[in-house]
Design a binder for this molecule. Structure first.
Ligand SMILES: [Zn+2]
Ligand SMILES: [Zn+2]
Length: 110
C-alpha cells in the first residue's frame, strides 16, 4: 500500500496521479477547480511524507533524524547537558523547606 492515489469519490485507485485525474474528469465530471484541489491534496500529503524523513535537524551538530522523537533522543544522548552538581545534590537529597514558624497565640488585644 505505497504510493497509491485514491479517488476521493469512489474506490478507484491508481499509482499514477494522472490516471486518477483522468478518472476524476471522465467518471465524475470533476471541474478544473476540484482537479486542482485534488492535485494539491495529493502533492501536499506526499510532500509531508517525503519531508517527514530527515527533516529534523540537530542545530548543534547538523545531523538530521527522521522524527522529532529521534532528534530529542539524539540531543539527550549526544549532547547531554553538563550536569550541575548542585542540581544533583538537590535531586538526591531534596532540601526540606521548613515552613515558617507558627505564631502561637494571638497578638494581645490592646
Ligand atoms: Zn472515482
Ligand atoms: Zn547533534
Amino acid at each position: 500500500m505505497s504510493d497509491v492515489i485514491c479517488c476521493n469519490l469512489c474506490s478507484y485507485t491508481s499509482d499514477k496521479i494522472y490516471n486518477v485525474l483522468r478518472h476524476l474528469k471522465g467518471r465524475h465530471k470533476a471541474t478544473n477547480d476540484s482537479i486542482e484541489q485534488f492535485k494539491e491534496q495529493v502533492s501536499s500529503s506526499r510532500a509531508m511524507e517525503k519531508y517527514d524523513a530527515g527533516v529534523w535537524k540537530c542545530d548543534r551538530c547538523g545531523r538530521t533524524v527522521p522524527t522529532k522523537h529521534g532528534l530529542e533522543t539524539h540531543i539527550a544522548t549526544k549532547h547531554k547537558k553538563i550536569v550541575d552538581p548542585a542540581a544533583i545534590s538537590l535531586l538526591e537529597s531534596p532540601t526540606l523547606v521548613s515552613p515558617p514558624p507558627k505564631v502561637c497565640g494571638r497578638p494581645p488585644l490592646i
